[in-house]
Each structure stands twice: as structure tokens, then as C-alpha cells.
Write a protein that binds this ligand. Structure first.
Ligand code: 475
Length: 821
């Protein structure tokens, strides 16, 4: 067990440094006016500690030749960094006092910070939690990604409709990053491949590229919690390689000189805002290649600094985790480098790749499974395509043909190349063939990966497919975002629960303790009061903290079924209109979600929720029993405010569709009770908290399969359930959109004539029933307090430290810093 790390600065020292930075770095003397300058000075102060630790970390791993995990991800949803870094360095109280003595509240200083929103949703936030755990557990890890100029768009509502505006997170600089010009890389693309005959009859391939892009690395330090480690997240920015063509410029061709530069810089310009759909755009493909090539070159450079040209230790030193298929080209780039630049024999290069790469699958949705056209591959990366063909040939002839001789159908099904009018590369197949481990992200999901997505691969490569259930960092998602609850837990749990989350289970014994219940629920109430203020400020809606705060926060997607909750809200509203004394505890529905800009129905769902919210929130007939708010611009920072205040966590995806979910874990950790389907990690949450402390409803994965097999007809539910019929019919009227009937019809159409692809109507009645049970439970204060406490107490399994330990034990095989063995 590591001992606590000494506080790096006293309050007096911290304050002195902040003042120095204000004077000498920012030239600010008029403090009172300038919280932004204070934020910057505080960050620079923290950085002094951080960079020293970073240097020490690097030195240690060099000396000890530690094996490293290299996490390749197109997305990192980091959120703000200051509060977390202060907690992790044990400088929070020091900074709070120092800043207070300068006349500022630390929370107001935090509010000046920008979110690092270089990701869309679950996959990107998971990467951020994993980096936190890797540093906390003292593992040698580097995160690689793209330094997008614009992260995920900002969301506003105009008359209920989503409007996107660009995210300018770096407009005035980012105090957490440092540029590393010494580690710049040059990346070739386009062009053609020349075959040159060697004297021995073999053929040497030479790729003559058509363009070179410069990759400039920006390092964001990742500070471990109460640990020795500061790791880095290295983000690549694209630039034109010959910075600016002055000859062209001087000859008057100003536009041409600019356009090459523009093209190069476009690559890292913007994050694609699609969550779980394959954009299929050439620029996205080039983004993927650009960051993979930069990262592979960087990994090799780091290795060679220690081992020179001796490749014998490479696969012992390096493991690469592919965060979904987005970084798959890294496999081809490493193959190409080994064969073309270091004269490896094909077999040796491939064997090496098979020791180095592991792949995580995050979704079974067919529209998310990446495919790139062979033609695009050929144009942008002709040499990589040749290598891909050679891997496929080996795979089909040496592996598929051995297990299934002369089975042409099987060849076609498993081939990395999909035949058809346009030949496509199946990126997941390349990943499964080349990786030594493939994992899903929750047990039920990993089982489905084996049984439904890749059953043949599971036969061909037994033991390759495995599970690592996701987790979340308790540092950000409890300690930093819910300080009052953290303090209460500190008083009951003697070990450092933020580093050993399972120790929270000891509070289960206070679940029936009246005093503890009161303390626990009064903290929840205080958090709700704060959120109510935030809701008023951002939506203008007044909500009562005495109501049930019912939260659904996640990307907007049909499979996540925000519209199931929406339909149920309509049903409650109808019941209240029919009977103003209808027995229900007042409830506030809180939504937060961004829709991909091109996702029509998702945007219609946002619009419908906003329109219905307008009507309900202003309807005096229902005595404030029902309120609906859609908080704009859902992001990590907003999640940190909503989660501590949630009573109910809506996790209502169609069974089999949500790979894991991680919001479900964060909400339960903060004492929210889940209403959910048996999907993703809900299944494991239910196992941990027990059936009495969760509301499970709806069709299971098997039921959902049976519905399809029996010929699903949504009209069966519409015709047989008066409430469903009335609610869907309501959407065609102008009740919620005066003078504009039919404005909300799209949802009803998709659920009826559209075939209800996500089976909302099949789950509606059971969902409504579970909600009634939940309402009853909430009315019993003691019972609810008990449930909430048990949820917090039983979340030990879902720390990302446990996920990382699973990866380390079963996949990465790393040893932490200062470990005895
Ligand atoms: C799952 N994003 C969650 C989470 O494992 C799970 C796909 C294509 C392009 C861009 N983004 C994506 C995802 O696939 C994604 O976020 N998946 C999510 O990963 C972490 O908890 O269930 O939906």
C-alpha cells in the first residue's frame, strides 16, 4: 500500500506563487476585476508541481525500462482540469485558502475554465477516466489523440430547436498543455507504390507519397491521485510541412500558398460530432491515419531512445490498446514501418503486431461498425492497402481455410474485405485478426460480442474475446463533484475510499441508521437546491428541490430511448389533467443531451421534449406536480452539477443496445436509484445493489430477439393500450405547438409506421409500472434513504481503477512504479 504523498506546497507558498504569476506572467495588478487572470496564475502555479513530477515519472520509467501501455483514442472527453488536479495533488484546501485571501471563491475561479471536450460521449469519457486511473495506479502510460482546434460543438436552443455553435476551447490558450517541438513527426500520404526487384529475386516496395503533413505534439499532463505519477496525454496537431511556400507567395500565388497549408491544417480542425455512427468521410479517414502514424512513430522513437536498433525488446516494452476501431490503421502503419523501413520479414512483422495490439469494442450497433472503401484506401494509403491485402490473404488461407476447408461462404463472411458493388474494408475484422485480445465493456455486451457479433472469430481464436467491465474515476465523479457527500463518507470510512472504492461498502451498515439517513439525504437536498438554481439560470424554469429529480443525461440516440421517458411524461400529464388529485410525488424530469447535427429524429426528440416542457411547466392545472427541463449544452462540467443532485437515474436503452453505459455508474455512486433495463452495466449494477435497490423493467435481450422472430407489430400495442394510443395521437394535434399541428408527428411516425425499431411500445407498460413502484418507494422516506445509501455503498466494483487492474492483469501485463516484483 503506497503511503500518502506529502503536500507539495503550503498555503503561503501557493499564494506567493500565484501573485508572482499574476505580476510577472500576466502583468495583472487589478486583481478584483480579473478572475480569468487568477485562474491562469493558479494553473501555472499547479503546473510547477506537475511538471516536476512529470520529469520524475519519466526518469523513473527510463531507468527501470518499464513496459508502457499506449492508449490510442480518437476522443478524450477530459472536462475541466483544475479542480481535479488540485484534488489529486492534495492541494485543494491550500488553493482554496490562497485564493480566498485574494478575495475569490475557488468555485468562481473554476467557472472561468473551459471544458476540454475532445470527444462525443461514453467512449471519450471512458478514455479520460482510464488516464486518471493509470496515473493514480502508477502505471507507465501514454494517451495518444488529436489536438482538435474545435471540440464537440456547443448546444443552444432556439425556440426549442438545437443550434450548434463552434467550441472555441483554446481561443485564449490552454494553461494545461505544452508544445513539444522536439517530438514533431512528418507524415506521408497519397502517391503511389513502386516495386523494385532485388538481386535475390524478391521485391522491395517503395511508397512515393504525394504530400507530407507535419504532426506537432501537445502534451497535457495527467496527474495521479495521491500517487507519484504524472503521465501525459499527447495530442497531435496537423500543420503544413513546409510551413508556408514563400516562393509562391512572392510570385503572387497567395491563394495557392495558402491552400496547401489550409488542407494540412484542416486535418485536426474539428472533431466529428457523430456518436456511434460511421461518418465515412475522407477527412475522418485521414484524421485516423494522421494520428495513428504520428503515434506509432512516437512510440518507436521513445523505444529507440532506450534500445537503439535492437528490436528484440519491442513487444516486451510496448502494448497498444485500440479504443474501438477508429485507430485500426496503427496496425497497418506498424507493419509498413517494420517491413519497409526496418527490413522485417512479413511473418516476423505480423507476429510482432499480434503481440502488441489489443482492441476494445464499444458498440454492437451496425451503423457504428466502421468500413472504409477500398478505393479510398488505395488513393490515400496505397502501401497500407497492399499490406492489408497480404494480411487478409494470410488470414483466409492459413487460418480460415484450415478450420473451414473449402467453405466459401465462411471466407466471404470473415474476410477483411467485404465484396459488393463497392469493395469495403471491415476495420473490426482487421482488429480481431491482428489483436491478441478483444474486449467488450460489460459482461452482457462481451457475451453478445462472442455470440452474435463475432461467433466465428470466437471459434477460430478461443480465449481471444474477453470482458473488461467499464468503470469511472471516483476522484472526479464523487470526491471533486460532491464535496459534502465525500466529507460524510470520510467520516465513516477509515481508508482512502477514493483510491479503494470497495471500502465504501462499510457505509451499508449505516443504511438503516436514522441519523446517517438524515445526513445523507440532507446533502442530497442541498445539492438539489444548487441544481435548482442552475436550472433557473439556464432555462428560466422554477423547480422545487422537494420534488423527485429524475435524470436522463447522455447523448441523444433512439436506442437510448429518451423518447420512452418522453412518452411516459405525456402519460403522466394526461393522468394529471384527467384527475388533478392523481396520486404522485412531484417530479422534475431533467434531460441533458446533444444530438449529432445530422441526426434528424434525435433533433425532433429534443424539440418535442422542449415543446412539451413549455406547456407542462406553465400549466397551473397540475399544481407543479410535473416539471420538465432540458438543460442546454450537456457536457462534463454540467454532469458534475447534475449527478450529485439526482434522485433517479434513467438507464432505459433497448436491451442489447447499450454496450455498458458509464453515467449509470456515476449516478448510482452519488446515491441515485436506477430505473433501467437489463442492458449493459445495469445488469452488474443490479447484481451489486440487489433487486430491492433498483427498478428493473422491460424486455430482456432474449425477449427482444423473440419479439422480432414473432413479427413485431407496434400497432398491436397502439391498438390495445389506450394510454399509448392517446399519447401518440396527441402528438399529431397542435396542443403543444399552437397553430402548428403535426409538428411533433415524426416521433409517432417512427414508432408506428417506422416499425418502432427500438421497441419502445413493447416496454412502455412495464416502464410505467416500474415508475409507479418508484413513486411509491420515494414517498417512504426511510425506504428511499436506505436505497440511496446502498447504491453509493455498493459501487466499489465500478471504479475505473478496477477496470484498469483487469486490463493490466488480463491484457497489458504491466508492473506499476515502485512495485516490489
Ligand atoms: C457505448 N462512440 C457505451 C461507452 O465503453 C459505453 C462511435 C463511433 C464514432 C464516434 N463515437 C462512437 C461510441 O461508440 C461510444 O461512445 N460507445 C459507448 O462507449 C464506453 O459505456 O455503452 O455506447
Amino acid at each position: 500500500m503506497a503511503t500518502a504523498i506529502k503536500k507539495p506546497l503550503t498555503t503561503a507558498q501557493f499564494k506567493k506563487k500565484v501573485l508572482q504569476h499574476l505580476n510577472f506572467t500576466s502583468s495583472q495588478d487589478d486583481l478584483a476585476q480579473n478572475p480569468t487572470a487568477v485562474l491562469k496564475a493558479v494553473c501555472l502555479t499547479v503546473n510547477e508541481v506537475v511538471y516536476e513530477k512529470l520529469t520524475e515519472t519519466n526518469k523513473y520509467h527510463k531507468e527501470h525500462k518499464s513496459r508502457s501501455i499506449n492508449y490510442l483514442s480518437l476522443e478524450y472527453l477530459m472536462g475541466r482540469m483544475l479542480s481535479n488536479n488540485l484534488h489529486n495533488l492534495d492541494l485543494f484546501d491550500v488553493a482554496q485558502k490562497a485564493v480566498a485571501s485574494l478575495g475569490f471563491e475557488i468555485e468562481d475561479i473554476f467557472e472561468e475554465g473551459h471544458d476540454l471536450a475532445l470527444g462525443n460521449g461514453g467512449l471519450g469519457r471512458l478514455a479520460a477516466c482510464f488516464l486518471d486511473s493509470l496515473a493514480t495506479m502508477d502505471f507507465n502510460a501514454v494517451g495518444y489523440g488529436i489536438h482538435y482546434e474545435h471540440g464537440l460543438f456547443k448546444q443552444q436552443f432556439h425556440q426549442g430547436r438545437q443550434i450548434e455553435t463552434p467550441d472555441e476551447w483554446r481561443e485564449y490558450g490552454n494553461p494545461w498543455e505544452v508544445c513539444r517541438p522536439e517530438a514533431v513527426q512528418y507524415i506521408p500520404l497519397f502517391g503511389h507504390v513502386e516495386s523494385i526487384a532485388n538481386n535475390d529475386g524478391s521485391v522491395k516496395k517503395v511508397w512515393h507519397s504525394g504530400q507530407t503533413i507535419k504532426g506537432v505534439p501537445w502534451d497535457v499532463p495527467i496527474v495521479g491521485y495521491n500517487s507519484k505519477t504524472v503521465n501525459v496525454l499527447r495530442l497531435w496537431e496537423s500543420r503544413a510541412s513546409s510551413h508556408f511556400d514563400w516562393d509562391q507567395f512572392n510570385s503572387g500565388a497567395y491563394q495557392d500558398a495558402h491552400s496547401a497549408q489550409n488542407h494540412a491544417e484542416t486535418i485536426s480542425k474539428v472533431l466529428y460530432p457523430n456518436d456511434e455512427t460511421d461518418a465515412g468521410k475522407e477527412l475522418r479517414f485521414i484524421q485516423q491515419y494522421f494520428f495513428c502514424a504520428c503515434s506509432i512513430k512516437d512510440i518507436i522513437k521513445r523505444y529507440q531512445e532506450q534500445f537503439g536498433d535492437d528490436w528484440s525488446q519491442f513487444s516486451k516494452q510496448v502494448v497498444i490498446q485500440l479504443n474501438d476501431t477508429h485507430p485500426t490503421i496503427a496496425i497497418l502503419e506498424l507493419m509498413r514501418t517494420l517491413i519497409d523501413e526496418y527490413d522485417f520479414a512479413w511473418n516476423d512483422a505480423f507476429a510482432m503486431c499480434r503481440e502488441i495490439f489489443a482492441y476494445t469494442n464499444h458498440t454492437l450497433l451496425p451503423e457504428a461498425l466502421e468500413k472504409w472503401s477500398v478505393a479510398l484506401f488505395d488513393r490515400v494509403l496505397p502501401r497500407h492497402l497492399e499490406i492489408l491485402f497480404s494480411i487478409n490473404e494470410f488470414f483466409l488461407n492459413e487460418e480460415v481455410a484450415k478450420l473451414w476447408p473449402n467453405d466459401h461462404q465462411m471466407r466471404g463472411r470473415l474476410s477483411i474485405i467485404e465484396e459488393g458493388p463497392e469493395k469495403m474494408v471491415r476495420m473490426a475484422h482487421l482488429c480481431v485478426v491482428t489483436s491478441f485480445k478483444v474486449n467488450g465493456v460489460a459482461q452482457i455486451h462481451s457475451d453478445l460480442v462472442k455470440s452474435d457479433l463475432f461467433p466465428e472469430f470466437n471459434q477460430l481464436y478461443p480465449n481471444k474475446l474477453t470482458n473488461v467491465t467499464n468503470g469511472v474515476t471516483p476522484r472526479r465523479w464523487l470526491k471533486a463533484c460532491n464535496p459534502e457527500l465525500s466529507k460524510l463518507l470520510d467520516s465513516k470510512v477509515k481508508t482512502d475510499w477514493a483510491k479503494n472504492l470497495s471500502s465504501l461498502s462499510t457505509v451499508a451498515k449505516f443504511a438503516d441508521d436514522e441519523k446517517f439517513q438524515q445526513e445523507f439525504m440532507s446533502i442530497k437536498h442541498n445539492n438539489k437546491v444548487k441544481l435548482a438554481e442552475e436550472i433557473l439560470a439556464s432555462t428560466g424554469v422554477v423547480v422545487s428541490p422537494d420534488a423527485i429529480f429524475d435524470v436522463q443525461i447522455k447523448r441523444l440516440h433512439e436506442y437510448k430511448r429518451q423518447h420512452l421517458s418522453f412518452l411516459h411524461i405525456l402519460a403522466l400529464y394526461r393522468r394529471l389533467l384527467a384527475d388533478p388529485d392523481y396520486d404522485m410525488h412531484p417530479r422534475v424530469y431533467i434531460f441533458g443531451a446533444k444530438a449529432a447535427p445530422g441526426y434528424y429524429l434525435a433533433k425532433e426528440i429534443i424539440y418535442a421534449i422542449n415543446k412539451v416542457a413549455d406547456k407542462i411547466n406553465n400549466d397551473d392545472r397540475i399544481n407543479g406536480k410535473l416539471k420538465v427541463v432540458f438543460m442546454p449544452n450537456y457536457r462534463v462540467t454540467l454532469a458534475e452539477k447534475i449527478i450529485p443532485a439526482a434522485d433517479v437515474s434513467e438507464q432505459i436503452s433497448t436491451a442489447g443496445k447499450e454496450a455498458s453505459g458509464t453515467g449509470n455508474m456515476k449516478l448510482a455512486l452519488n446515491g441515485a436509484v436506477t430505473i433501467g433495463t437489463l442492458d449493459g452495466a445495469n445488469v452488474e449494477i443490479a447484481e451489486e445493489v440487489g433487486d430491492d435497490n433498483i427498478f428493473i423493467f422491460g424486455n430482456t435481450v432474449d425477449d427482444i430477439k423473440a419479439l422480432a422472430a414473432n413479427g413485431y407489430n407496434p400497432y398491436d400495442y397502439y391498438n390495445n393500450d389506450e394510454e399509448i394510443k392517446a399519447c401518440l395521437d396527441w402528438l399529431h394535434t397542435d396542443y403543444f405547438t399552437p397553430g402548428k399541428p403535426g409538428e411533433l408527428s415524426a416521433i409517432a411516425h417512427s414508432l408506428l409506421d417506422g416499425g418502432d425499431p427500438y421497441r419502445l411500445l413493447a416496454d412502455f407498460a412495464d416502464y410505467a409500472k416500474a415508475n409507479t413502484a418508484l413513486d411509491q418507494a420515494y414517498k417512504d422516506k426511510t425506504r428511499w434513504a436506505r436505497m440511496a445509501i446502498i447504491n453509493t455503498a455498493k459501487m466499489g466494483k465500478f471504479t475505473s481503477d478496477r477496470s484498469i487492474q483487469d486490463y493490466v492483469d488480463n491484457i497489458w501485463k504491466l508492473t506499476p512504479m515502485n512495485s516490489k516484483n
